[in-house]
Design a protein around this ligand. Structure first.
Ligand SMILES: [Fe+2]
Length: 244
């Protein structure tokens, strides 16, 4: 009996160790929402068994060159930030060459920075923000748009997603607005995603009058600062902070 009790106690502690190990590991993987400053492509689940981190693990917490701040840091410079992040991989290398050419900052990088155009409130549904790309009042080129052309395997040119969240440190809801087509597969589809600056045909003037209708997270109100993080099909990701 004594041997049997001893064996049972060993089995009990072995099972307890297994259970304890599971309860330590599971929350670290599933319960931690990624920090807003960490791009999804760089987020990794914790590994290891709870022992001291190895040098490789310590390297992972070093500053991420693709990280995006949740709120504008002091002295925020959208051109400088997006150039640096582009060099880290957010902008295709071939396009970086055009950005770095003389005048390329406004002609190419500024062209991909968002701004809020002055338009009639009638054009914009409640709970949405009007967003355009390439603010001419800042000397930036206006971003054109183009439709896909399957006949020549051309994917088109526009911002196919725009993520938006209130620009505050800590947790905040972020909405990912998707634009799967430009100018839309039907009139109704177009109107649900876009408006036209000045009215008329969205395809006029190389699609430069395209207004993206960006749904705001709940609770965001006029006067709030939001982070607008968008992706151009050809030219990569760009981030800036705007006032609603
Ligand atoms: Fe573009």
């Amino acid at each position: 009996m004594a041997d049997e009790r001893g064996a049972s106690r060993r089995e009990f502690f072995e099972q307890l160790a297994l259970v304890t190990g599971a309860t330590v590991l599971v929350p670290a993987v599933t319960a931690c929402e990624p920090k807003p400053t960490e791009p999804a492509s760089r987020r990794t689940a914790p590994t290891g068994s709870g022992t001291a981190p190895r040098p490789a693990a310590r390297r992972r917490v070093a500053a991420d060159p693709l990280a995006v701040p949740a709120a504008p840091p002091t002295g925020w410079d959208a051109m400088a930030f997006n150039l640096k992040r582009g060099e880290a991989g957010a902008i295709p290398a071939a396009y970086l060459l055009q950005i770095k050419a003389p005048g390329g900052d406004h002609k190419h990088l500024g062209k991909h920075l968002p701004y809020v155009p002055k338009v009639s409130a009638k054009l914009i549904p409640g709970g949405y923000l009007a967003v355009m790309y390439g603010d001419p009042s800042k000397g930036n080129a206006r971003h054109p748009s183009d439709a896909p052309d399957p006949a020549r395997k051309y994917i088109g040119h526009w911002f196919n997603w725009i993520k938006i969240r209130k620009a505050v440190d800590g947790a905040a809801q972020e909405l990912n607005n998707e634009y799967p087509n430009w100018p839309g597969t039907s009139d109704a589809d177009r109107k649900s995603h876009y408006a036209v600056f000045g009215g008329g045909d969205i395809k006029a003037d190389s699609g430069k009058n395209t207004i993206y209708l960006v749904k705001l997270p709940a609770g965001v109100k006029a006067g709030d600062t939001v982070r607008v993080w968008g992706h151009c099909l050809h030219h990569g990701e760009y981030v800036d902070f705007l006032t609603v």
